[in-house]
Design a protein around this ligand. Structure first.
Ligand SMILES: NC(=O)c1ccc[n+]([C@@H]2O[C@H](COP(=O)([O-])OP(=O)(O)OC[C@H]3O[C@@H](n4cnc5c(N)ncnc54)[C@H](O)[C@@H]3O)[C@@H](O)[C@H]2O)c1
Length: 420
């Protein structure tokens, strides 16, 4: 590819597209430049267009409007909601774009498989946003495993501590609360973790079993007679950690997702009328608030994964048990601790990263993506092609089948069911 920035278009100027990935173009104008946007929300489309100087004739309302044209730039970032990934991605493959595709590839397994096969047939390039592979902390964990200093991986305990308010925001009141409009929790939230485990073990899943439920955020657990909205004079307001009034705290990380203006009156009005003011015991949510998954990998490696809403911090923590040593890690604190069995030596490592979200992963994924588009050959980059990503999605769908059926699922048999 010629020198100069790659030229890209954004489909879906929402939280991920506009706020997490696109800013990389402002700080690295020599690497990537946005030349078009497709976004139905006028305010967001205008904001993006102003920031990235998109000419009027390159501002599209929907992905269909943009993709009806012949390819006019190098790359497309598809950052729409879960159910709006498959169709634009398929069309973009047809047009010959290099694609950064938000996860999940689709919220339907047959579409995940269809798209992966289509990408293979067209020899296309689709990089899925399994951002954890790009997080400096996990890159370090992976390089320690690969160095062999701890011997061979035998078992991994991995925890996704969602955080009580993050869970209430996204999975009780928010976009991912109901599997019929988005995806089951194991896909929408934890396909990242399934992917991470594939990557860290360097193996593939043989069989999987899962348990879990929506245990707490239902009407029957309301502590008192509560109204439908926190703003309607709830008697439990001062005792409720999930109260929508916590959005008024300027430090609340979700405040600007609820309301982008600075004025408190506007925020309160949004809470009185919008989805984020609803009582957590009176929502139309159905996704699990805790789930465990146990996995048997090829080569006899095992893993136990826990996703839980009920944690004070939003973090990922893990313990990797190897033949000659053990590694513990805390992603958000960027701490890794190594224990050598023979010598008793303990090493503590602190990983550094940029300020971008996901412990620096959002910036790193953009850097890796740009390199990938430029080089054509992914080489040693930690790319996450759709061919890799689909394995994590198959695991997530299989875990959900196990949770609902109460049976262990053999991955090969499960996968075969969906192959034509
Ligand atoms: N990789 C990660 O770590 C990570 C983290 C969070 C969310 N996600 C995924 O990212 C995706 C986007 O999440 P988000 O929080 O940015 O959602 P969002 O709702 O903020 O953004 C989606 C945008 O798509 C726009 N849109 C809707 N219909 C469209 C159409 N026809 N054409 C073009 N644009 C359209 C919406 O108006 C919205 O602005 C989801 O699939 C989510 O699961 C990934």
């Amino acid at each position: 590819m010629e020198k100069g920035p790659i030229r890209a278009a954004l489909v879906g100027a929402g939280e991920r597209g506009m706020n997490c990935y696109a800013p990389y173009a402002l700080t690295h104008p020599d690497e990537i430049q946005f030349v078009a946007v497709a976004e139905p929300d006028t305010t967001k489309r205008d904001l993006f267009s102003r920031k990235y100087e998109i000419p009027r004739d390159m501002q599209f309302v929907t992905w269909e409007d943009l993709l009806i044209r012949d390819r006019f730039c190098d790359a497309l970032l598809i950052c729409t909601q879960d159910s709006l990934h498959f169709q634009p991605a398929k069309q973009a493959v047809k047009k010959g774009y290099s694609i950064l595709l938000e996860k999940p590839v689709s919220n339907k397994l047959d579409e995940c498989i269809e798209l992966t096969e289509y990408v293979g047939k067209e020899n296309a390039r689709v990089h899925v946003c399994h951002v954890l592979r790009h997080v400096p902390f996990f890159k370090q964990v992976k390089s320690i495993i690969d160095s062999g200093v701890l011997g061979t991986v035998i078992s991994i305990q991995h925890n996704e501590n969602v955080g009580f308010f993050h869970y209430a925001h996204s999975y009780v009141r928010g976009n991912w609360r109901n599997s019929t409009v988005s995806s089951p929790m194991i896909l929408s939230k934890s396909c990242h973790d399934m992917d991470l485990l594939n990557w860290l073990t360097g193996s593939t899943c043989r069989s999987i079993a899962s348990f879990g439920s929506l245990r707490y955020f239902t009407g029957k657990n309301a502590p008192v007679q509560v109204p439908g909205r926190c703003t309607d004079g709830c008697a439990d307001e001062n005792r409720c950690p999930f109260s929508a009034y916590h959005y008024l705290d300027p430090e609340n990380p979700f405040r600007y997702i609820v309301y982008s203006g600075e004025d408190t009156m506007g925020l309160v009005k949004e809470l009185k009328t919008g989805p984020y003011g609803r009582c957590v015991y009176r929502c139309d949510n159905n996704v699990v608030d805790h789930q465990v998954v146990i996995i048997d990998f090829e080569g006899g490696i095992t893993s136990a994964f826990t996703m839980c809403a009920f944690s004070h911090e939003t973090s990922r923590t893990l313990k990797i048990m190897c033949t000659h040593g053990e590694m513990r890690g805390h992603m958000e604190r960027n701490e890794i601790e190594l224990h050598d069995f023979l010598t008793g030596y303990v090493a503590k490592i602190t990983v550094t990263h940029s300020d971008s979200l996901h412990s620096g992963g959002d910036e790193e994924i953009m850097r890796d993506f740009v390199r990938w588009v430029r080089q054509k050959d992914p080489g040693g980059l930690s790319v996450n092609t759709i061919q890799n990503a689909v394995n994590s999605h198959v695991m997530a769908f299989a875990a959900e089948e196990s949770r609902l059926s109460g049976k262990t699922v053999q991955i090969n048999e499960f996968y075969r069911k969906y192959l034509k």
